[in-house]
Design a protein around this ligand. Structure first.
Ligand SMILES: [Zn+2]
Length: 150
């Protein structure tokens, strides 16, 4: 089984509005995201997917909304605090924790993938030593089937 992994980085600010401590203040991270995909090798191109195509998908789904953005939970408190702010802001339904951001990113990447390609894993680094991992259980189910039968 061959997988493809593409890594990207983005700068973003966020705050956790339901948090007692320093993370309730606006602060930034250099986020690092590694996205891993599986799919059949196309016999015409001998590729699963061109890395350039993956780059475009990650640009649209992740970098356009999140790079150099202020990421906030959509709630009355944040709307009041940031009512005068006109910079790039991405509003989320939940607090912009790594756990929720990685779920958010997984949905957006998956929506742009060709039907033959499956996102199986994401790792989102908030710092060099703190990261979350998202795994597509369906992808691992197919991987298991593949290993059992081939
Ligand atoms: Zn943070």
């Amino acid at each position: 089984m061959i997988s493809l992994t593409k890594k990207i980085e983005f700068e973003a600010a966020h705050r956790l509005s339901n948090y007692q401590g320093s993370c309730s203040g606006i602060h930034g991270h250099t986020y690092k995201l590694a996205a891993t995909f599986i799919g059949p090798i196309n016999p015409d191109t001998d590729m699963i997917l061109d890395f350039k195509t993956l780059k475009s998908i990650l640009q649209l789904s992740v970098l356009d909304p999140l790079d150099h953005a202020l990421i906030l939970k959509e709630n009355p408190e944040n709307r009041r605090i940031f009512s005068a702010y006109t910079g790039k802001t991405t509003w989320m339904e939940s607090e912009p924790t790594s756990e929720r951001m990685i779920e958010w990113v997984a949905i957006r990447i998956t929506a742009l993938l060709p039907t033959t390609i499956e996102l199986i894993e994401l790792q989102l680094y908030e710092t060099s030593r703190s990261f979350t991992t998202w795994k597509n259980n369906k992808g691992y189910f197919y991987l298991l089937l593949f290993l059992m039968y081939f």
